[in-house]
Design a protein around this ligand. Sequence first.
Ligand SMILES: Cc1cc2nc3c(=O)[nH]c(=O)nc-3n(C[C@H](O)[C@H](O)[C@H](O)COP(=O)(O)OP(=O)(O)OC[C@H]3O[C@@H](n4cnc5c(N)ncnc54)[C@H](O)[C@@H]3O)c2cc1C
Length: 292
Amino acid sequence: MTVSTKDRPVTAAPDLPEELVLLQRTARQFVEDRLRPHEREIEERSEIPRALLDEIAAMGFFGIGFPEEVGGQGFGKLGYTVVVEQLARANAAIWNVIGGSIGLCATAISLGGDDAQKRRFLPDLLSAKRIGAYALSEPGAGSDAGSLRTRARRDGDAYVLDGAKTFITNAPIADVFVVFANIDPDAGSKGITAFVVDRDAPGLRIGPCDEKMGLHGSTTAQIFFTDMRVAADRRLGDEGRGFPLALKTLDHGRLGLAASSVGAAQRLLEASVEYARSRKQFGKPIGTNQAI
Ligand SMILES: Cc1cc2nc3c(=O)[nH]c(=O)nc-3n(C[C@H](O)[C@H](O)[C@H](O)COP(=O)(O)OP(=O)(O)OC[C@H]3O[C@@H](n4cnc5c(N)ncnc54)[C@H](O)[C@@H]3O)c2cc1C
C-alpha cells in the first residue's frame, strides 16, 4: 500500500515556540523526501545505509537535544521530541538506531561523564562519526537490571571486565559502548559502575545479529567480555554510581520512545484513514458513510 502524506499540514501544538514549529516542518520534509523512499529497503536489507545515517547527521538530528558546547544543536528536550516524532513517521528502525546511539549511549556520557569525557566522546556521537550502544541488559538481568553479573575488577590504571550482555541495540554496528559492570557484587546494585568501551578493545566480542520479528533495520546482538581491559579514565562517574546513572539514562530514553510512539501512531492512523477512504466495497468507498 502506498499512501502519501507529503502535503498534509503539520499539526503543531498551539504553544510550541515558533523556532520549533520551523524545526518540525524541516524534519517532516526531510522524512518525506529522504527517509520514506528507503523504508522498504531498510526492512528488506536489515540495515540502514550508512549514507542515510550521514544525511540524518548532516541535518543535525543526532545532536538536536544536546548543548552546543558538546557538539549538539542546542534545541533541548522539547526540540528533541519534536524531531523524534517526525523521524518515527518513517521506518521505526531508523529512530531505534539513533535512539540507541544518542538517546542512550550519548545521554549516559552526558549525564555521567566529566567535562573531559564529554569533550572526548560526545562530538563524534552527536555528529554520527561514531555510532553508540548502551549495554545494560544481560540474559539473567532484564527488568531487574540491578542484578547484572558482568564483573569489573581494578587492575592498576585499568579495569578488567568479564561477562556478557544481551539484546544490545546497535551492537553489530556500534563503535563505542557504554557498559555497566559490577565491581563489588556483595554491594548488590551499589557496586554497578559504568565504562565507555571502544569496539576494538581486546577481549570484547560481538555475537551474531539477533533474529527479530520486526525492526529489522535496527540490529541487536549479544556482546561478550573476556579479560577485557578498559582504562580507568573511561569510568563514568564514581565506582558504584552506575545504577542510578543507568536508570536516569533510561528515563531520558523513554522520552524518545514516547515521542517516537506518537509519530508512528500518527502515521499509521493517517494511512488507515486514507485506505478506508480509497477502499471500495459494494461499488463505493467504505468510508463514505463514516465520519472519517
Ligand atoms: C528490540 C530490543 C532492543 C533492546 N535494546 C537494548 C539495549 O540497547 N540495551 C540494553 O541494555 N537492553 C536492551 N534491550 C533489553 C531490554 O531492556 C529488556 O528486554 C527489558 O529490560 C526486559 O527484560 P527481559 O527481556 O529480560 O524481560 P523480563 O525481565 O524477563 O520480563 C518479562 C516480562 O515479565 C515482567 N516482569 C518482570 N518482573 C516482574 C515481576 N517481578 N512481576 C511481574 N511481572 C514482571 C516484565 O514486565 C515483562 O513483561 C532490548 C530489548 C529489545 C527487545
